[in-house]
Design a binder for this molecule. Structure first.
Ligand code: WT7
Length: 660
């Protein structure tokens, strides 16, 4: 097997790490036989398998009698006649079971202050806020946008929406006012929950100001309430009548609020993600199937037990923060750490220090974070994981992008001290939870491979016509059968959902992930080879090249722009933009000045994460005679590779020298 990692290093015959006998013995899935038994159960009786999990993992107000309804495929419905409430499942049922004093969230603020929140306390806060939302006119089915930092209040806002049957849409705090405005408009929000300022790395960022700007851009006049969590007490502008303090609303409300029972298919949330067009898509998730998988995957992939302290470092603005902070751990009644700040502040030992301090046993982070911390740790022993007591750790996880074998090995050896399985979890915003990942007590690990599909997940590699390709050959990663936590639609655009995820070319029945993959012929292990569409992955964040291009061409100086990704050792990929100005092609310091101006522009249009690291100016872009931009060529140029592609169809070959 050959693993070609994003950083360009190639490992032949990679090492294999089977779980220790002791680890397997205590694990929920205690070996490959146990794993295969579950897979076989799903193969034999698909609905029986999922029905069993659905009944065991969740508490239903009204039990379901139908497991899967395929009559409106690909608009699949799961557990559709069942009724439940996500917030009840995450809070009340644990309190009712006598677990009210159990710590739900250990919150560590940017400055290191720690607050423990019990299940009882969280339930009361959620009830107060749910009542407040109702008082502000928010009803079942209404959409509430949450533009919040990492905070217990962020979870409270999400859970309170779930409690009353409102659908939330969390917008990551790093998005610009323009991106926030687009999402408010598209989702048709009637309320916005935000914060005065966000604290990260000792710096305050004015979220409320950005929210005000977003609302002033118009199109979202339906937003009648802006509810503001006071984090720093910093100065904010105030619109009387519209703006209200979260704490004032909550003080005035009762700490009891009966949950609204909703059908399993009721939309729990909409989360925007980038695709291959210029406009982000609102991925719509349901209540029952989503919650089931968020909880179940923690039991399997992280072998979660009540004694564990779980810590997922993702932001609640991304799917990982939905599935593995705001819902999954709470549905299990787990104790989890939540962190407001950044891994490098006050120094790059922050993660290791927090693991030691809170005795974290299950740690889940992104390859980018690991890669950047490796560099800093190697330069300074004080922030090296070797300098901390990490003996509480049991399992390490990664998510968001491929992890190169070298980073995997460092994580395994220095953070896990060669005794913790590393679970490389492949999944997506659209899948709601893990899809391909090792079972830590069963699967022998191979650095760089996310290994095998979870029980019940029918992953395969096919060609452009939907036919299986032989193992060892690359192809398109697909999921052959629906699963409970799959996205239900693209909000407001069911055709985009159908065409994009169940394309007719593949026969209309396979879920197309948008990633390339290879399955190993001996082990059956999957290795993800990266996106097959115009989507970039920068530090685990998904960015559409078209979105960045639209932002660039909206600048008055720009005539044309093409954006591609270029492999990067730390961030996986960087954004490279090829730009043609309306005026002459700039050179030297003038080129640098305009490039900086365009970067700032993209930051304003989308958010800082989308800023092109490299901008190259040309008098034109490489095009075919029919006028199509040759992106493959641009990718080679960006990577500094020799051009090996056929350039005979290129209209203007001289341009390559300018852009190279
Ligand atoms: C894309 C999904 C999954 C939550 C965070 C990102 C890439 C994700 C892995 C992995 C290789 C991975 C894929 C996927 N990706 N996990 N373990 N190995 N690639 O969610 O923003 O929806 O992005 O991230 O390309 O399609 P997302």
């Amino acid at each position: 097997m050959l693993i070609d990692d994003v950083a360009g290093a190639v490992l032949r015959e990679p090492p294999i790490f089977p779980p220790s006998a002791a680890f397997s013995a205590q694990a929920a899935i205690s070996g490959m036989d146990a794993y295969r038994t579950l897979c076989a159960e799903a193969e034999r009786d698909y609905e029986g398998f999922w029905g069993r999990l659905g009944r065991d993992a969740l508490t239903w107000k009204k039990p379901f009698s139908t497991v899967l309804d395929e009559s409106r495929a690909p608009f699949y419905q799961w557990f559709k006649d069942g009724e439940l409430n996500a917030s009840y499942n995450c809070l009340d049922r644990h309190v009712e079971a006598g677990q009210g004093t159990r710590v739900a969230v250990i919150f560590e603020a940017d400055d290191g202050t720690v607050t423990n929140v019990t299940y009882q306390d969280l339930l009361q806060r959620v009830c107060r806020f749910a009542n407040a939302l109702k008082k502000r006119g928010v009803q079942k089915g209404d959409r509430v946008v949450i533009y919040m930092p990492m905070s217990v209040e962020g979870i409270v806002a999400m859970q309170a929406c779930a409690r009353i049957g409102a659908t939330h849409s969390v917008v990551f705090g790093g998005f610009s006012s323009k991106s926030l405005n687009e999402r408010l408009v598209n989702v048709g929000a009637i309320a916005l929950v935000t914060c005065d300022e966000q604290m990260r790395g000792g710096k305050a960022l004015p979220l409320k100001n950005i929210a005000d700007e977003a609302l002033a851009m118009g199109g979202c006049e339906a937003v009648k309430s802006v509810i503001v969590y006071r984090r720093t007490g910093g100065k904010v502008a105030w619109h009387d009548g519209r703006d209200v303090w979260m704490h004032e609303l909550m003080q005035a409300e009762s700490d009891q609020c009966a949950p609204a029972w909703v059908g399993a298919e009721h939309p729990l949330f909409i989360l925007y993600t980038s695709g291959s067009t210029g406009t982000p898509k609102g991925v719509q998730h349901c209540t029952g199937g989503f919650l089931l998988w968020a909880a179940q995957t923690l039991k399997w992939t992280f072998d979660w037990k009540p004694s564990d302290v779980f810590w997922c470092t993702a932001d609640i603005g991304w799917i990982t923060g939905h599935s593995y902070i705001a819902y999954g751990p709470l549905a299990l009644g787990a104790t989890q750490v939540m962190f407001e700040g950044v891994p490098t502040w006050p120094n790059a030992g922050r993660f290791w220090q927090m693991i030691e301090r809170h005795k974290v046993s299950l740690f889940y982070t992104a390859p980018t974070a690991i890669r950047s911390l490796i560099k800093l740790a190697e330069a300074d022993i004080k922030v090296h994981p070797d300098s901390f007591d990490l003996s509480s750790l049991r399992i390490l996880g990664t998510v968001g992008e491929p992890i190169n074998p070298a980073a995997w090995m460092w994580y395994y050896e220095h953070v896990g001290r060669a005794r913790c399985p590393v679970v490389d979890t492949w999944w997506q915003t659209e899948t709601g939870g893990h899809m391909i990942a090792p079972m830590p007590g069963a699967t022998p690990l191979v650095p760089g491979s996310c290994t095998l599909p979870l029980p019940g997940i029918m992953a395969a590699v096919v060609d452009e016509t939907g036919q299986d390709v032989p193992d060892g050959q690359g192809g398109l990663l697909v999921i052959k059968r629906p699963w409970p936590s799959m996205l239900r639609t693209v909000w407001g655009d069911p055709e985009r959902f159908r065409k994009g995820y169940f394309p007719d070319d593949l026969g209309g029945k396979l879920y197309l992930a948008g990633d390339g993959a290879v399955r190993d012929s001996e082990t059956g292990y999957f290795t993800i080879t990266g996106r097959i569409d115009d989507v970039l992955n920068v530090s685990g964040h998904r960015l559409g090249t078209m979105e960045i291009e639209s932002a660039l061409v909206a600048n008055p100086l720009v005539a044309e722009a093409a954006v591609v990704g270029c492999p990067d050792e730390t961030t996986g990929e960087i954004v490279v933009a090829f730009v043609v100005l309306k005026g002459p092609r700039p050179e030297g310091t003038e080129a640098e000045r305009i490039a900086n101006e365009l970067r700032a522009w993209v930051g304003k249009e989308i958010g800082p994460i989308a800023k092109p690291k490299v901008i190259r100016f040309g008098e034109n872009l490489p095009k075919t005679r029919s006028g199509k931009i040759m992106r493959r060529l641009l990718r080679s140029l960006a990577a500094g590779d020799e051009i090996t592609q056929d350039v005979s169809t290129l209209e203007n070959p001289a341009i390559l020298d300018q852009l190279g």
